[in-house]
Design a protein around this ligand. Structure first.
Ligand SMILES: Nc1ncnc2c1ncn2[C@@H]1O[C@H](COP(=O)(O)OS(=O)(=O)O)[C@@H](OP(=O)(O)O)[C@H]1O
Length: 591
């Protein structure tokens, strides 16, 4: 020992041993500190979540109380306002208006005339009221709104509904900050939430439940440095920081609300509408490129949704443009020329039901997004609405629609089965072969067929086309490759039939606009078999006028089951990609 004590080698060994021990201690303590830090962070997140949940529950209770008392009040208030507008226009209780002396008209201040409101009033009795209002416009002081042909008149909603749109919701209003595409989606950035302005009071009128689509799918990777929370179904929760999974919890956790939990009262809504009307009277109107697009699916209720949204004062529809499908090469000026004239604070949208399935369209929309971002110097995010529905019903509806649209009479029972029969049998066989050859990868193989426009997707065969259009997961994948999931809202179109109010509420939430239309605004029409729009507290129905009466749907049991089996794997795949419950698509015309 004594000799070892003086040996240099021994000294070095002892020293190195000590250093190693110290290093281990140091690393251990660093790891402990890091673990504590992560635990603190996680607890903070959980606390914050609990707070949000409590706020959300409070908001829900308050909202319910307000809603219970507001329906009739809202109706009265809106009627009062209508009367005020009518009196400004010289219209008394819907009776043909008394002639207005030119001198009197001249004397009136120009802003008293609101062309958009006038359009709504005219829509109720176009023949008697339009000439009078035209006279008034001609006699009025040269208010700028009349300098050019007032677009609001062209856009009068008469063709949309059998009756005029409810004046209550008419106008043309929208809070300037209603749509903030460039804002980061707060749902994905929980650690930024406590202080983020996105949570400051300013959001939708009624606290809304965060859409499940906004949740991150299991396995999502967040940008380095971000902390996120995702739900897979109802139970699996994970929290990630950068690339590192911190913890997987197995208890429900509430997603961060992206709304102001304080609900607005009817008075606040009314004041908001009045203010918008006034403000917009002084604002110039121009054409704006769309902020969101209804991309399909054909025959899943795209028209109904588009028309219901058109009632919202903060939205303006350009109808169907087919721009990204047919006219992309004509450029953005052409696209803009298809848009309605609106003030800056209104969101424009268009719907083209076949966008969803054309492989070139997502890429073009992304290109469009880059162009508008570049032009404005701000990162813009276009939003897309994808309405899916029972694919069996959809295929039949597509067939019936094309038949009656081609001027044919309503097809007899069995015609659909005969039309698709041979080709569909072949598709069933091909599907079985793909599954046998590719196993778990069957979806990828069909996706490749789609990207390369092979087989069912070469779009020269109308039968496979009609069927494969219901393979929604294939098309959705393409959109997801081009856009962040938060930019896409997937709606179950069968709900457009059973509960359109819920769908419109969900859509307003997705668009981050005030919740003005809800379940109270829909009333079932037995004869049509569809819900129609109605004003709050009113029984009048405003139904959607179809181009054709919906033909009767009949389908043999055998074909129904075969089609269901063909579509079901795609439907399940879509549900799993969206981290939601399976779709309840088991339509049966006999029930
Ligand atoms: N409220 C309401 N009123 C009328 N129609 C409604 C409504 N909600 C959903 N639907 C369903 O919409 C189907 C037509 O879908 P689209 O508008 O997407 O068709 S199209 O692609 O624009 O031709 C249409 O299909 P058919 O039933 O075959 O006519 C309806 O099922």
């Amino acid at each position: 020992m004594a000799r070892c004590g003086i040996s240099l080698t021994c000294l070095s060994t002892v020293f190195l041993g000590m250093m190693l021990g110290l290093s281990i201690l140091l690393i251990h303590s660093m790891l402990l500190t890091e673990r504590q830090r992560l635990e603190i962070l996680e607890n903070e997140i959980l606390d914050q979540q609990a707070d949000w949940k409590a706020q959300w529950e409070q908001a829900q209770a308050a909202q319910k109380a307000v809603q219970d008392s507001q329906a009739s009040y809202l109706h009265d208030e809106l009627e009062k306002f209508e009367k005020q507008v009518e009196s400004e226009l010289g219209i008394v209780d819907g009776a043909p208006p008394a002639p207005v002396a030119a001198a009197q008209v001249q004397a009136q201040p120009a802003p008293a005339f609101v062309p958009e409101l006038a359009a709504q009033v005219i829509a109720q009795a176009p023949e008697t009221l339009a000439p009078m209002v035209d006279d008034y416009a001609a006699a009025a002081a040269p208010a700028p709104v009349f300098a050019a042909p007032a677009p609001a008149f062209e856009a009068a909603p008469a063709p949309v509904f059998e009756a005029a749109l409810a004046p209550a919701y008419i106008p043309e209003a929208a809070p300037a900050q209603a749509f903030v595409p460039e804002a980061p989606a707060p749902a994905y950035v929980p650690d930024a939430a406590p202080a983020a302005p996105a949570y400051a009071p300013a959001a939708p009128a009624f606290g809304a439940v965060p859409a499940p689509q906004a949740a991150l799918p299991y396995g999502a990777v967040l940008p380095v440095g971000a902390v996120g929370i995702g739900v897979d179904g109802q139970e699996w929760i994970f929290i990630k920081k950068g690339e590192n999974l911190i913890k997987i919890l197995q208890k429900p956790i509430y997603q961060i609300p992206t709304f102001d939990p304080a609900p607005k009262t009817v008075d606040q809504i009314m004041v908001g509408l009045h203010e918008r009307i006034k403000r917009r009277k002084t604002m110039p109107k121009t054409q704006h490129l769309p902020s969101f697009i209804i991309i399909g699916v054909k025959k899943c209720g795209t028209s109904a949704l588009s028309r219901f949204l058109k009632i919202h004062p903060d939205l303006a529809s350009a109808g169907e443009t087919f721009f990204f499908a047919n006219n992309f090469k004509d450029g953005l000026d052409y696209y803009k020329s298809k848009m309605p004239n609106t003030t800056d604070d209104v969101l424009t949208y268009e719907k083209t039901p076949n966008y969803y399935r054309l492989p070139v369209v997502p890429d073009r929309v992304r290109n469009f997004q880059s162009q508008i971002s570049k032009a404005s110097g701000i990162k813009k995010e276009v939003k897309m609405i994808y309405i899916t529905c029972d694919p069996v019903r959809r295929a039949l509806s597509d067939f019936l629609h094309s038949r009656t649209n081609e001027g044919g009479s309503e097809p007899a029972a069995g015609e659909f089965e005969a039309f698709i029969g041979v080709r569909f049998s072949k598709m069933e066989e091909e599907m079985a072969t793909i599954k046998a050859d590719h196993g778990e990868e069957w979806h990828d193989e069909i996706y490749n067929m789609y990207k390369e426009r092979r087989g069912w997707f070469n779009y020269t065969d109308p039968i496979s086309n009609m069927i494969v259009n219901g393979a929604y997961s294939i098309f959705y994948k393409r959109w997801l490759e081009n856009f962040d999931q938060r930019q896409l809202l997937v709606i179950d179109g069968t709900e457009m039939i059973s509960n359109p109010g819920a769908v419109v509420v969900q859509t307003q939430q997705f668009l981050n606009i005030e919740r003005i239309i809800d379940e109270n605004n829909f009333i079932f029409d037995e004869e049509r078999g569809f819900y129609c729009y109605t004003r709050t507290g009113d029984e009048t129905k405003y139904c959607i006028k179809g181009q054709n009466k919906t033909p009767t749907k009949t389908l043999s049991d055998d074909m129904r089951v075969r089609l269901f089996n063909f579509f079901e794997p795609f439907s399940q795949r879509l549900a799993s990609d969206l981290a939601r419950e399976p779709f309840n698509w088991n339509w049966n015309p006999a029930l």
